[in-house]
Design a protein. Structure first.
Length: 330
């Protein structure tokens, strides 16, 4: 459906498009909408640089996607998946229920060469989280701030109240004031905290290796759930484990499917079986009614370094990489 009268409005066919950079939000002008495509005119007052785009259809908002706005850029129309990167210091100090039998999917990855599928109601990419995650009895305080010491010097990290992490860079659309590039260089880092009410002072060392390359990331946009999916990479550090994490969320049924696979150590590719992919919900013809993403990463327990902190039974520090791209599951 395309517009047939002027002037253009900020809503067309129940669709509106917002563009946000820091504290500034402007409305793009939709000129064509369909189940699989939206065309909109970027307003002249849109801020240049990295921004976040969000689509709303009949009051239902999509996730945000990063875009780079320039003064002019003639080109050929193409469709490509969203690929993003971000330096993030993430932490969780928690007390869980279940005692010795407490289980967390992210810290209990499948055996090498295998996959696990999780199905659950809700949005696994949103606040509902990954299915089968441990029940959190309480969150523990290790202090109001942390220090990260590494090749670039010392950074003081102060999370927002209730936030489990701090963005360091490249996440400018969603955290105003941050640099528009990655800030962490490979090397040795020390994470330290002064201690809080439940967790005492600690210092943990980790080594961030050179980044690996997901070699077929840019060619991955549509995944046929009836066929095996081969993911390949190069440059992963010797002895490290690469894992694959896939999400598919269906808004109409409010349900999610997640697969988590562990590649053999030192592998350069992994095949996700069709039996695993077929368990995930298919992307709706109206893609705004679905979410789909695949991550390839080295941020796994097998690549972590254990440390001790007063008040914790177990603790591990992990430095690694997580590359993601949006996909359509057919």
């Amino acid at each position: 459906m395309k517009v047939s009268s002027y002037p253009l409005g900020t809503t067309f066919g129940g669709v509106s498009v917002s563009v946000t950079q820091g504290a500034t939000t402007v409305a793009a002008l939709p000129v064509y909408v369909s189940a699989g495509q939206i065309n909109a005119v970027m307003p002249s007052n849109a801020p240049l640089g990295i921004a976040a785009v969000k689509v709303t259809f009949n009051g239902q908002a999509s996730g945000v996607a990063p875009v780079r706005i320039v003064a002019s850029s003639p080109g050929i129309f193409t469709i490509a998946p969203v690929v993003s990167a971000n330096d993030l210091f993430h932490f969780q100090f928690i007390k869980t229920t279940g005692g010795a039998f407490s289980f967390s999917p992210m810290f209990g990855q499948p055996p090498e060469g295998s996959c696990t599928v999780y199905l659950s109601p809700g949005d696994a990419l949103g606040h509902d989280g990954i299915p089968a995650a441990p029940s959190i009895a309480s969150r523990l305080s290790a202090g109001a701030s942390f220090t990260l010491t590494g090749p670039g010097g010392v950074q003081n990290l102060t999370p927002l109240a209730g936030a489990p992490g701090v963005s360091l860079g490249s996440y400018a659309p969603f955290a105003p004031g941050l640099p528009n590039q990655l800030t962490l260089s490979p090397g040795s880092y020390t994470i330290a905290a002064p201690g809080g009410a439940e967790v005492g002072p600690f210092s943990a060392g980790v080594t961030l290796p050179q980044p690996f390359t997901w070699t077929n990331q840019n060619t991955l946009s549509t995944v046929d759930r009836t066929q095996n999916l081969v993911l390949s990479w190069s440059g992963a550090p010797s002895g490290q484990v690469v894992t694959i994490l896939g999400f598919s969320m269906d808004r109409p049924s409010n349900s999610s499917g997640v697969f988590y696979c562990t590649a053999p150590k030192n592998a350069t590719s992994f095949t996700v079986p069709s039996e695993v992919l077929s368990a995930l919900p298919a992307t709706q013809s109206n893609i705004l009614r679905s979410k789909g993403v695949i991550y390839v990463m080295t941020m796994t327990e097998a690549n972590g370094t254990a440390f001790k902190a007063p008040g914790l039974d177990a603790a591990i520090a992990i430095a690694g990489y997580m590359f993601g791209t949006t996909v359509i599951f057919q």
